[in-house]
Design a protein around this ligand. Sequence first.
Ligand SMILES: *Cc1c(COP(=O)(O)O)cnc(C)c1O
Length: 541
Amino acid sequence: MGPKRCAVASEESLMRIFTVPEAPDSTLSKIELEISSNLAGFLNENIAAIEKPLHEIEKDFQDAVLPEEPMFVSDYAQDIMEQLVAHSVHTAAPSFIGHMTSALPHFVLPLSKLMVGLNQNLVKIETSKAFTPLERQVLGMMHHLAYGNDEQFYDKWMHSAKTSLGAFCSGGTIANITALWIARNRLLKADGEFKGIAAQGMLAGMLHYGYKGLAVLVSDRGHYSLGKAADILGLGRENFIGIATDENNKVDVEKMRETAHQLQAKGIKVLALVGVAGTTETGNIDPLNDMADLSAELGCYFHVDAAWGGATLLSDNNRHLLAGIERADSITIDAHKQMYVPMGAGLVLFKDPAAADAIEHHAEYILRKGSKDLGSHTLEGSRPGMAMLVHACMRVIGRKGYEMLIDKGIDKARYFAELIKNDPDFELISEPELCLLTYRYVPKQIQRAIAQADEAERIEIYAALNRFTASMQKRQRETGRSFVSRTRLTPAQYDHQPTVVFRVVLANPLTSNSILKDILAEQKALAKTDPIFKKYLTKYI
Ligand SMILES: *Cc1c(COP(=O)(O)O)cnc(C)c1O
């Protein structure tokens, strides 16, 4: 790159960036044209396949001093192509099957540009107008999908100034916090002299109601966002109690019941049960009906974290897997996971339209009482019009289209599980219930060595396998052809010892069966040259 041309800060150049579009032959316009006409090609060509180490990349982002002088847009575009785009992650690649982020439908690109151009703020009607009814409709349609109330219900509540059927937000974390915020405020509500926790705080609430503590019970496989919720809601992370799961990674409701009774005997009130519908690590679904029974028994709130798995409701063929979800007081669903919406689209649905009263807040200059402003029921303040993209996907893909996508993902996971099971050098660790599974590479000779080893030796092999699995996952990522993620589980087949496993999510519709075969073949090849394998595991072969 030659020396930078120098732009000058002037009133005229400032006015230009607000009024004059980029010329058709400018660098940025060319980028725009390419991403509009061929996004996949653009990403394939411009994201470097081979990883550059992070400390190298950091050198391009070293300067702590904000630039004094302006820069030409084209020069900037050139810079980010080399420094940022090239070293971003190709999440849309069909062989990138490690995370919950996958390819996007093409039409969301121009639509997101329109959304940014309109720059609406959903906190209040004054800055969003039609976007507010649209967002309320999105919440209504998702509410109907989950709870299936009748037409009258939605006629009455969907656009009601008094309530909201849910809260749209940036993602599952905020959705979960919002749900537990409501649970907390409903439990410690105003009563006689006591003005409620929102007004008087946790301590006053506990003293008034005579509780020695509050607890939330969730599966050991609960998402870490729930811990954050416990922290900021003043419940305390230790009072967020993880309950053991069965061999299918589903929470053991009997153990949950025992724990709840033990806590209540100590004067600790169970505030809520949280069911997970699609755990982040293994994609399994808790027994939601049993949990709903237990929460009725305990008289506590029941929230379902379906951030990832909630989209399964879109498939008539598979929604039975989430049976009981309709009994939850609230449900978290991320549209930016299995609904193929770009990042920044989560929502929480409330069974009872009056639920959000518990967190309602008003301000004089905005969010006046009786207004339809969505901001009076949300944790976040200013929010973009992301609901438009959810609306677009719902309209363009339709429930039937989503059903095909969801079913295809689950079928593909089953196919991949079969490939793994039929190959003696791989081991399936968790069966796919949705489109997520975990597995590891353990050649049959090592499996035999484990079977014959004494306990000390077995622990040694387990440790070596863990290090090897982690090493392989990293090497596969760095090679850049494909990507699987990894996590740590405690499966029965490894004596409940911490076990590092590969984790794949098969949501990308462009991931073909032959890509899946290639990924296993690539892993076999990588294993042959793995330094950790050579050092610690060849002796068992
Ligand atoms: C992804 C996920 C979350 C968190 O959602 P974000 O959108 O990342 O904030 C919460 N719970 C589960 C089960 C998830 O999979």
